[in-house]
Design a protein around this ligand. Structure first.
Ligand SMILES: Cc1cc2nc3c(=O)[nH]c(=O)nc-3n(C[C@H](O)[C@H](O)[C@H](O)COP(=O)(O)O)c2cc1C
Length: 176
């Protein structure tokens, strides 16, 4: 089972990550696409439901726009509550050891010329997130960074979608 954690507070205005999620859902209808801001508009995450979703997945896609060199607030809240002691780390917590994470942050659009330097900064954004998942025992796959500093053409978008879909299909063939 593949689960997507999608954390975008304004999906209506999303040019890249929301259409990408929808494109993937279209190709993988069984994928559990969890729109965190729709599920938890008041920020009260259902930890048990999220843990159940994680437990039944072999691959987690994590999609979000980068906000101030980090993740949107609700995703941080998800990390801090769902990946808790006894589930994701600590005694009796083998939950994530057989799982992998494909991180798909989108960067840049709307901030042209204001000093965000995608390729340089993204490694800094990645560092704590990668460490967190690895500390929980999950395998960290090569991320799919979505660089929208220069608006994507429909061809660029299709090629990102195809490349992620290929990786997911390969994953399913090997794991599910
Ligand atoms: C509050 C806020 C903070 C942002 N911080 C960053 C940032 O630190 N680095 C960056 O590259 N882009 C930053 N952005 C731009 C978003 O990451 C970008 O608009 C988004 O990834 C585009 O993807 P989308 O089309 O799916 O919304 C920020 C945007 C907002 C609204």
């Amino acid at each position: 089972m593949i689960t997507a954690l999608f954390a975008h507070p304004y999906p209506r205005f999303s040019i890249v990550s929301y259409p990408l999620l929808m494109g993937l859902k279209n190709q993988f209808p069984k994928m559990d696409a969890r729109m965190l801001y729709d599920l938890y508009p008041d920020g009260a995450i259902n930890v048990a439901a999220e843990r159940e979703a994680v437990s039944r997945s072999s691959l987690l896609l994590v999609l979000h726009p980068v906000f101030w060199y980090s993740v949107p607030a609700l995703l941080k809240q998800w990390f801090d509550t769902v990946l808790g002691y006894g589930f994701a780390y600590g005694e009796g917590a083998p939950t994530l050891r057989d799982k992998a994470v494909l991180w798909m942050p989108s960067i840049g659009s709307g901030f042209h010329g204001r000093g965000f330097q995608g390729p340089v900064v993204i490694s800094e954004v990645q560092a704590p997130i990668k460490r967190m998942w690895e500390s929980c025992g999950a395998a960290w796959l090569e991320p799919q960074i979505i660089d929208s500093r220069i608006p994507m053409t429909s061809g660029d978008f299709a090629s990102v979608l195809d490349s992620v879909a290929d990786r997911m299909a390969e994953w399913e063939a090997e794991h599910d």
